[in-house]
Design a protein around this ligand. Sequence first.
Ligand SMILES: [Zn+2]
Length: 344
Amino acid sequence: MITRLKQLCSLEGVSGREDAVRKYILQELASSPAEMTISVDALGNVIARVEGRKRTDCTLLFAAHMDEVGFIITGVTEEGYLRFSAVGGIDSSVIYGKRVKVNGHTGVLGGKAVHQCKEEEKTKAVSLDKLLIDVAADSREKALAIARPGDVAVFDSDFVNLEGDLFKARALDDRAGCALLLELVSEVPEYDITLAFTVQEEVGLRGAKTAAYGVKPDIAIVVDSTTAADTAGVPSDKQVCRVGEGSVVSFMDNRTLYDKNLYDRIFQTAERIGIPIQAKSMVAGGNDAGSIQLTRTGVKVAAVSLPCRYIHSPSCVLSHKDLEATLILLQGLIGEFASGEEED
Ligand SMILES: [Zn+2]
């Protein structure tokens, strides 16, 4: 799974430009031993209806998004710098001086040097509209040969194993979810399941809306990454969740009130299997569940997330142990939910 995750993180897929990720996922699905029907809808979501070892009447959907946050070029200055807007939620405090890739060229997110800033500016994060991408072009024409308005840029940051159990990469949100879904079909799953690899999550949960409409699920489990604020100086009640302490299950976030029965059964499943699990302890963020829940006449939703430090930055940090435990949990949930037996 980790080899696949590294490959997924090496691909660029800013929202709306998920082509490279989609191509990779289609190739990987084609190599699965499970029988499946694959389709791609008009927005670019990949839907795989997978036959398991056992039939079920319950349409159980697992969804992960292919897109990542990034930048879209909005113009070029006379001096040869690229103007841009953020695509998705980017924290402006993390971007000054960072390296980006645009159409295969390296650029740097640049702006006023700190010694040129006024006193009051020095203590504030630089606002995004004060920054430009420096692609080392010395004229407008040279810059336009590199990128034109509407082209996109991503953080340029490699996959690196850190000390102990952790690793960092760009776009782990949500290529880690994509890798987990692919892993679910590396063998024939216990029951029939449906996988959705969605587009445009980072700009308003858009792909999931049409994907869920097409799939018509009875139950949907969104597999994503969520903010782990277990870092220096954050009080324990504001940490949301902790890296290395297992999958994170949400009861509520800014977009969704989750199905309580599913929530409880996910905890019971983890306890039965004997793997760590934690509740997302703050009502914050949102994911594709927000769109899926409100599709057609409504869908029961749950979210199983990986605790991720520095999400939406060039260096998202995850734990190998959390990734492995989440795979085991998701496999357990196929038996728990797709068997179609309701429990209270
Ligand atoms: Zn995400």
